[in-house]
Design a protein around this ligand. Structure first.
Ligand SMILES: [Zn+2]
Length: 383
């Protein structure tokens, strides 16, 4: 079934009524009368409860024949966070979904991806079907269409470049799929639109997140100083510059990238989302850590993020960390840390922040993370 389980339905109805940003990207709501699907906080939605249908992924809404709202723009919603401890099937589905979001099925087969993940294609299909209610190919197609939709609206790139940058293998294929799925021509999205201003040779994008976001600590962890992060990146031989700033009022990062990175755009976006940990669900994580003895640290740094693949290990004998966690021995700290799962990495990050503050230096937090300071997106071919 593509509909969300009924246990979620009441919570989702309330979230939609309240336009609750914490649920952005956690689910989507389809309006059965218009066949359009929206983010939970969409401003244009007036449908009665009984005309709402809930989906746990944009791809599931598209499979059911809904098309993305032109106003709230589901293509900009953050991805799903890890809301519960994962079993093996969920982990596989999550990993596969990440690879697919990064373009792993653009011009490649499901069998190849499955082999890379060391499972059978059938097992991979089942895992994705269970977690996001769609097949690998449907998920890949939704990613391509949604990326194309945002490039059509947010850039003045020519149609051919939009098609290839979104992972389509030909302009014709792009046109056909777009018309079939969205019941309109790609060019229709550009009618009456103000052409976005841009610097020659570069491209502006936004990356949404669920607020709050502890931006300055995150930048420091990445070895950058506020207000921005600037990096040279190289992905599959394509070299360019990426500049990232935070627009807290809009709950998104503003990203400027060199046009030379366009051929690896999917991979780049997915890498940036990981490095800045934009799919985290701070409401869930902060509440859990607050209830597990870290309330004071959470209050000081709400929306803390864990950049890239960050360790959840820490030195339990460190007295400063023990004090920050409100305990007096290494054993007590380790016992307490068990309660922080599955978000121990976030707890470890909070402890590091409090230690670096205590030492009066922001350099410690940065130094701890020197190994993740470069924006290196996860390549489809790598573990
Ligand atoms: Zn909408």
């Amino acid at each position: 079934m593509v509909s969300a389980p009924s246990s979620h339905r009441d919570a989702y109805q309330l979230a939609v009524d309240a336009r609750d940003p914490r649920f952005d990207g956690v689910f989507f709501v389809g309006i059965t009368t218009t066949r359009v699907y929206c983010r939970p906080a969409c401003k244009s939605r007036l449908a009665y409860d009984r005309h709402r249908r809930f989906f746990n992924s944009a791809a599931a809404a598209e499979r059911a024949g809904f098309r993305p709202c032109l106003r709230c723009r589901p293509e900009l919603a953050p991805g799903r966070g890890v809301a519960t401890p994962l079993d093996a099937v969920s982990r596989l589905a999550q990993l596969a979904a990440q690879r697919i979001a990064a373009g792993a099925l653009n011009g490649r087969s499901v069998a190849e991806l499955a082999a890379e993940l060391r499972v059978s294609a059938r097992h991979l299909r089942r895992a994705l079907e269970r977690e996001v209610s769609v097949s690998p190919l449907e998920l890949a197609q939704t990613h391509r269409l949604l990326l194309a939709k945002r490039l059509l609206v947010d850039t003045d790139l020519p149609m051919t470049r939009v098609a290839y940058a979104s992972g389509f293998q030909s302009l014709r294929r792009f046109n056909t799929v777009f018309r079939e799925q969205y019941r309109m021509a790609p060019s229709a999205l550009r009618h009456g639109r103000v052409t976005p201003a841009r610097t020659e040779g570069s491209l502006g994008l936004t990356l949404s997140y669920r607020p709050p976001l502890a931006w300055e600590p995150l930048l420091r962890s990445l070895g950058s100083e506020a207000p921005r992060c600037e990096r040279s990146v190289q992905i599959e031989g394509h070299v360019g510059v990426v500049v990232v700033e935070n627009s807290a009022a809009d709950s998104h990062l503003v990203v400027e990238i060199s046009e030379s990175l366009l051929p690896v755009l999917m991979s780049l976006i997915s890498g940036l989302r990981r490095v800045f940990d934009l799919d985290a669900e701070p409401a869930v994580i902060d509440a859990h850590l607050s209830a597990s003895g870290l309330a004071e640290l959470v209050r000081r740094w709400p929306g803390v993020r864990v950049p890239g693949v960050s360790p959840d290990a820490f030195d339990a004998t460190d007295r400063v960390l023990q004090r920050a966690a409100g305990v007096t021995s290494a054993q007590a700290l380790l016992t307490r840390a068990e309660r922080w799962r599955p978000w121990r990495a976030y707890a470890a990050q909070l402890l590091r922040l409090s230690r670096s503050e205590e030492r009066g230096s922001v350099r410690n937090a940065a130094a701890t993370h020197r190994h993740v300071t470069s924006i290196t997106p996860i390549m489809p071919s790598r573990d």
